[in-house]
Design a protein around this ligand. Sequence first.
Ligand code: P53
Length: 495
Amino acid sequence: MKKTFPENFLWGGATAANQYEGGYNKGGRGLATSDFITNGSTDHPRKITIKLKDGTITTVNRRPTGDPKIDNIPEGASGYIDENVYYPSHKAVDFYHHYKEDIALYGELGLKCFRLSISWSRIFPKGGIEGEQPNEEGLKFYEDVFRECKKYGIEPLVTLYHFETPAYLAEHFNGWGGRETINCFLRMCNEVFTRYKDLVKYWITINEINVLNGYAFMGTREATAQVRYQAKHHMFVASALANKLCHEIIPVAKIGCMVALSCIYPKDCKPENVFGALDYRRGALIYSDIMMRGYYPSYADRFFEEMGVTINMEPGDEEIIRANPSDFLSFSYYRSSVYHTEIIQNTDTGGQMGDANPFLEKTEWGWAIDPVGLRYTLSELYDRYQKPLFIVENGMGTIDKPDENGYVEDDYRIRYFRDHIAEMKKAVTLDGVDLMGYTPWGCIDLVSAGTGEMKKRYGFIYVDMDDEGNGTLKRTKKKSFDWYKKVIATNGEDL
Ligand code: P53
């Protein structure tokens, strides 16, 4: 039995470009689907501003990830930026201009690893269509970021696709709904693998592939099951080919897949609820089954038949997927949900909310706090795949109240992390799970993906900005900063 975390355990923090980076029109960057999404709240869904074929400006709801009833974007419509509307991704919390300061803080925190995503349209403004030249300024930006990380001994963990599709690809190829997007994605991968081969060892292909739907997340006009799963198939092929390319260009690299895998419990011991929970869980595990094992699992045919989905495969697709599985499975874990046959629709999302769990407390956003669920999930996944795992998102979104100096005493956050890390430690030491690292979500406060709010904060570092984008953007360490620093310094011994 292991006594503690491995020596080289990657303690880190996680972010994504559309929520952190800003600089949306700087340095030659092209527009992405995330740039047309307004802010919202728990009660008001975020909206996508669009221009119809006849020139009318209007909006459609961007429903939560995984919502099958998502509004469609009419044929011929395109994303539109309304000068009078605030779009959280445009400035986000301006990592674009603060990266040196932020990475210095990560250095002080002692991070071994920093997860960020590449904004695809910064590398190829049109997404990498045939004959398009890469944008040197965009390539240079991330190179500077990675060099800055190196100064502090921080390993970048780079997500190649996190909730943003180049707008050009959405309009011309229906985003991931179109086969051509695979080639464009691979051109972008080829550029970044080649350019950063000496700087980046850890890669993730597609963030939370299981919850993606519609225009906002995949660049598709429609969100029917047929379009969704066809687009996911394109992502499986693209991911497998990216794995292959990555290994060819950077032999020492590890490249993983990423699935939202917050766990699910049956509501009670009624057999239909127990089996139902298992089968519902397959809705999320189908993704890691395909990418970790290299083939569609045995239950997939029934799933697709029930949903009326036919996947169009090209000759060779299955061989590509089989030959290039992921090196590791990374996942997000925030909460657990309770499955109950009568209330949960069978969608393809991991972590959809069910009944409240009477044994658990919830955050202000209604997410049940469940540290044991993290050990449960780690065990479930390691028993299933026997390959390295990586927790690349975990954390608690809360309203933080800074004092006059901007200091936040976030004991609730410390408690959340202490309890989760303690369970993670049991998974490593007692269950023998091969865990590469842990990168809590939003190590610095950033824009919420779900609501676009700023007040839903996750960070060890406070950022002075409100839901409308007002504020100085000043960074201030919270109480949890010093706590996490100590945890890292003692390799998880002193919680
Ligand atoms: P926010 C839904 C369900 C689970 C995870 O979420 C999700 C979402 C998206 O709303 O997203 C992941 O910001 C995602 C991050 C996101 C984070 O969880 O809504 O990978 O981009 O910010 C937290 O609180």
